[in-house]
Design a protein around this ligand. Structure first.
Ligand SMILES: [Zn+2]
Length: 177
């Protein structure tokens, strides 16, 4: 376990440990999984070693959970769905939930937190793309073709199932047009 990599020296140590057969876990501050690739490569690590040492990247963020004591169904106007990057045709009939605020949640409408996440599993194709210095947008497209679930989708699934609110995930994830 290597806590928070910020410089080339630490990155190199972690990569060397992984290349010599150790299972290494580490953390990096970044907005999403694709930014992690850039973070490492900009630290000046050798791309081939980096890609060989890397199995997967997991990004996670916490969202507040709707209070189960004061949870109530809500429907949003089309304008808000559009603002949230959602097609009203597909989302108009979805019942979202919000907490009204009660004694149990201290009036916030939320009680506890849960994680939303995205996982980039490095396929051979994606490894090649990183080595060939393909732009992040292209790697992202490839990951999508390989059925990767992105942070925003993970968040939408939790809002759709009533675990958290649409407003909460709009604060925590970027809205994709
Ligand atoms: Zn409550």
């Amino acid at each position: 376990m290597v806590g928070e990599i910020r410089d080339q020296e630490t990155a190199q140590i972690a990569i060397n440990a992984a290349l010599t057969g150790h299972l290494v876990f580490t953390t990096v501050h970044a907005n999403n999984v694709l930014d992690v690739l850039g973070r490492f490569l900009n630290m000046g690590v050798e791309p081939y070693n980096f890609v060989s040492a890397l199995n997967c990247i997991l990004a996670q963020r916490l969202v507040r959970v709707v209070c189960s004591y004061c949870k109530k169904p809500v429907q949003y106007p089309d304008e808000y769905l559009i603002e949230s990057g959602l097609n009203p045709e597909q989302w108009r009939d979805v019942t979202f939930y919000e907490g009204a605020g009660c004694f149990e949640c201290g009036g916030t409408g939320f009680r506890g937190r849960t994680a939303i996440h995205e996982l980039l599993d490095l396929s051979e194709r994606i490894r090649e793309m990183i080595l060939n210095k393909r732009p992040g947008s292209e790697i992202r497209r490839q990951a999508r073709d390989e059925d990767m679930t992105f942070l925003r989708e993970s968040a939408l699934a939790k809002a759709r199932s009533g675990v958290t609110t649409l407003k909460e995930i709009n604060k925590v994830t970027f809205i994709e047009g």
